[in-house]
Design a binder for this molecule. Structure first.
Ligand SMILES: Nc1ncnc2c1ncn2[C@@H]1O[C@H](COP(=O)(O)OP(=O)(O)OP(=O)(O)O)[C@@H](O)[C@H]1O
Ligand SMILES: [Mg+2]
Length: 259
């Protein structure tokens, strides 16, 4: 689609061996502007590899990936990227951690601080600006890492299992909260998760990946009205979609554990 926020064509990659480890096998994927698209697939299938390629941090063997029409391969910084591990710097206070990505992306220090302070409120972290990462709970650290990603002046966000380390209750809270934050500025999100329910609650579309090497096996459009309340998970339409998604994972041999 012309004008897509993210367009991935025939992306292929193998890590050098011996033996070589094929991780991406002709990935095709698109996200329209403002769309929230999730990627689900089993552990080790190549999800993080795909996001790292899009983030410009890993040069794949073949294919193309465009972000807002510009080639992203080998060009870090076109999108805001949150890696699978939160990578907060333990020797920087929360506020200094939050502004790091934005200042690297060229936002002035004072401006980055001003915007960060606004977001601390919105992200439920007001009052913790001067805390060290070690003084924050797991959920707060994840919000801080997300805040840092949101603070980057980019229209496309690449989020790699941002809630992977959280318990089910905190996760559910984070889903409500992320929907609100995302709805406000309607940026395009590519969201990696193992959790089918999480993907359905948050997304406009869910892409099912095959086991390694990853390929997009199926794409489901998800169009429940927004905002989506926690009770959505008991709605018959939701339950039916969850069954469809799990069947797609099974059909492609892609289901493992909670995926
Ligand atoms: N730098 C690397 N060098 C060699 N092999 C790698 C490297 N990074 C990833 N791999 C391999 O590529 C495959 C895909 O890894 P990747 O991290 O993309 O999976 P994933 O789908 O994100 O898994 P998870 O759900 O566990 O995070 C794995 O077999 C992994 O061992
Ligand atoms: Mg991963």
């Amino acid at each position: 689609m012309d004008g897509a926020a993210v367009a991935i064509r025939g992306l292929r990659h193998a890590f050098p061996g011996p033996p070589p480890v094929p991780a991406l096998d002709g990935v095709e994927l698109e996200a329209a502007r403002g769309q929230f698209v999730s990627l689900v697939g089993p552990s080790g299938c190549g999800k993080s590899t795909l996001l790292r390629a899009l983030a410009g941090l890993l040069l794949p063997d073949a294919g193309e990936a465009l972000i807002e029409g510009r080639s992203a391969l080998g060009r870090p910084g076109l999108a805001a990227y949150m890696p699978q591990r939160d990578l907060l710097l333990p020797w920087r206070r929360a506020l200094a951690n939050a502004t790091l990505g934005a200042t690297i992306a060229g936002v002035g220090r004072a401006e980055a601080r001003r915007r960060a302070l606004d977001l601390f409120e919105r992200f439920g972290l007001a009052g913790f600006e001067r805390s060290w990462p070690s003084q924050l709970s797991g959920g707060m650290r994840q919000r801080l890492a997300l805040l840092r990603t949101f603070l980057m002046p980019r229209d496309v966000l690449l989020l790699d299992e941002p809630f992977g380390a959280l318990d089910a209750i905190t996760r559910r809270e984070m889903h409500q909260w992320l929907q609100e934050v995302w709805r406000r500025d309607a940026r395009t999100v590519l969201f990696v998760t193992h959790d089918v329910e999480e993907a359905l609650v948050l997304s406009d579309a869910v892409c099912v990946l095959t086991p390694r090497p990853a390929r997009v096996a199926a794409r489901l459009a998800i169009d429940y009205p927004r905002p989506r309340a926690p009770a959505l998970v008991t709605d018959p339409a939701f339950v039916a979609d969850k069954a469809r998604l799990l069947a797609a994972l099974d059909q492609h041999g892609a289901r493992s554990g909670d995926a």
